[in-house]
Write a protein that binds this ligand. Structure first.
Ligand SMILES: [Zn+2]
Length: 229
């Protein structure tokens, strides 16, 4: 059995992963490119730097997401197995436990007992997972899928500054990458706000602020180590 609330939570998790991946791809790759460009390297070297940043970043995101989702899933499975054991051995006690949770949320004692009994009859493990353990999705997210989604969204973000290297000459590459990447970040902010039903302006300002800090810090470092000077 599913509820609207759970569907929305699922969607938020999904949006979060994609936006984070794309945001990371744009910010880290463009920062690296403008930083290295500020130190006056040749443009073909710059392209290799950008490409390496894309591959390394995508794989790192994939690995991170795989490990994170897997361990989360391991923890949840262990918790559910303990709960299954409890339900098999202490049915009456578990009804009391669930009823106590509902009473705490504002139901009367008799009503919470009725609710707990009914919920346990229809889906005992599901209701304990949700109300006692806070596990809303029993279907378990797939770590491999999460890894692919992250790698793909990172690459999509990273390809934006990488294409800029091919289009613009070295003389105006830095401002071009900065402007294009910031525009892409604003678009991403608007898209995520629209998907999540949150204010667009706030999301854009937030994403613009942190993106700018990353890029300008890199330019500063690049200038500092200017190899031509
Ligand atoms: Zn329980």
């Amino acid at each position: 059995m599913t509820y609207n609330k759970e569907h929305k939570a699922d969607r938020i998790g999904w949006i979060r992963a994609v936006v984070l991946g794309a945001n990371d791809g744009i910010v880290s790759t463009s920062s690296l490119i403008v930083g290295v460009a500020a130190s006056n390297v040749a443009s073909q070297n710059l392209f290799i730097v950008g490409l390496a940043a894309l591959v390394a970043g995508a794989l790192s995101m994939a690995a991170g997401e795989y490990v994170s989702v897997s361990s989360q899933s391991d923890i949840e499975l262990a918790e559910l197995s303990i709960e299954k054991d409890h339900l098999a051995n202490n049915w009456e006690l578990e009804i009391q436990e669930l009823a106590a949770i509902y009473e705490k949320r504002g139901l009367q004692t008799e009503l919470s007992l009725i609710v707990a009994t009914k919920l346990m009859e229809s889906d005992a493990l599901g209701s304990h997972a949700r109300d006692e353990l806070g596990i809303t999705d029993l279907s378990q997210s797939n770590p491999l899928q999460a890894a692919w989604v992250s790698a793909l969204s990172f690459s999509t973000g990273a390809i934006i500054p990488l294409i800029s290297i091919m289009i613009f000459s070295m003389t105006n590459l830095i401002p071009a990458v900065v402007i294009i990447s910031l525009l892409a970040l604003v678009l991403l902010g608007c898209l995520s706000a629209w998907l999540g039903g949150t204010p667009k302006k706030l999301a854009s300002i937030r994403i613009l602020f942190w993106g700018s800090i990353a890029m300008f810090s890199s330019i500063f470092v690049g200038h500092w180590f200017n190899i031509a000077s």
